[in-house]
Design a protein around this ligand. Structure first.
Ligand code: PEP
Ligand code: MN
Length: 288
């Protein structure tokens, strides 16, 4: 007997595929996430300096990246770790957008910061630690900006879909789901990359799904393989940490790619992306 996914996910009805809605394409600047094209978002874990951010933005843009990531308000596990540059970081992100034309995604951690961050960012990231912070989801939804919703590290697929439904309930249809690994008994990798979640989300939901192999792996050597797996599982895009000098990064250096490693990963992804795009256009033709 087949699982009835609509019954299974009954409390998140609006994020599920229906006869009327098979796929949502989230508009950002002059492109879409969840449309035909595969979108790569890349950049440092944290915005550190103008030099670091501009070098990274200029480099990743040359590789076809459309969205620059970079945290200005950082959720750190230790209260003594670098917490982000705050407003200064947002200003540097705005400068990078102005110079490169890249869209900006950055994390918002508190309801009170939503309007400030929405002034600077094209996409608001809700991080893993806040996936079930409903007051934040509501405030972020009301900003009208697309929301990149990261799966909580101990959240099920259903929990993620519930949170996405919450954003839709508050009038914002532009949600991008992100698989970034979950906590399991395995501790060699930072998290366990749940590739089945990507396949499942693509099967049941019309929302775009992107993968974050950096936070899933926790080690830069593993990032390209996870990225390739994400493409073959049907992801609409990637979120990857890149830093000019990962060994000197103020956060998440261990999982950040340097420029050469990023270039090599992107080159290795090309054939996978080409296959995906021909499959997507065949599906579109079949639906039409
Ligand atoms: C990040 O993207 O830098 C981040 C903190 O991610 P997560 O919320 O998935 O841990
Ligand atoms: Mn990070």
């Amino acid at each position: 007997m087949c699982v009835d996914w609509h019954e299974r996910f009954a409390e998140a009805p609006d994020v599920l595929k229906s006869a009327l809605r098979q796929q949502t394409a989230v508009p950002v600047l002059d492109f879409e996430i969840g449309g035909d094209g595969f979108i790569t978002m890349a950049g440092p874990c944290s915005v550190e300096t103008e030099r670091q951010l501009m070098a990274t933005a200029n480099h990743v843009r040359r590789n076809g990246v459309r969205v620059l990531r970079g945290g200005a308000f950082k959720p750190r596990s230790s209260p003594y770790a670098f917490q982000g540059l705050g407003l200064e970081g947002l200003k540097l992100l705005a400068l990078a957008r102005q110079e490169t034309g890249l869209a900006i995604v950055t994390e918002v951690m508190s309801e009170t910061d939503v309007s400030l961050i929405a002034e600077y960012a094209d996409i608001l990231q809700i991080g893993s630690r806040n996936m079930e912070n409903y007051a934040l989801l509501e405030a972020a939804a009301h900003s009208g900006r697309p929301i990149l919703l990261k799966r909580g590290m101990v959240a099920t697929v259903y929990d993620l879909l519930h949170s996405a439904q919450c954003v839709l309930d508050h009038g914002n249809p532009n949600v991008i789901l992100c698989e970034r690994g979950i906590r399991t008994f395995e501790t060699t990798t930072r998290n366990t990359f749940d590739v089945a979640a990507i396949a499942l989300l693509k099967l049941v939901s019309h929302l775009p799904v992107i993968a974050d192999p950096s936070h899933a792996a926790g080690h830069r050597e593993l990032v390209p393989a996870l990225a390739r797996t994400a493409v073959t599982a049907g992801a609409d895009g990637l979120l990857v940490e890149v830093h000019p000098e990962p060994c000197k990064a103020w956060s998440d250096g261990e999982q950040s790619l340097d420029f050469d490693a990023f270039d090599a990963m992107m080159a290795s992804l090309n054939p996978y992306i080409a296959l995906r795009e021909s499959a997507v256009s065949r599906t579109m033709e079949a639906v039409a």
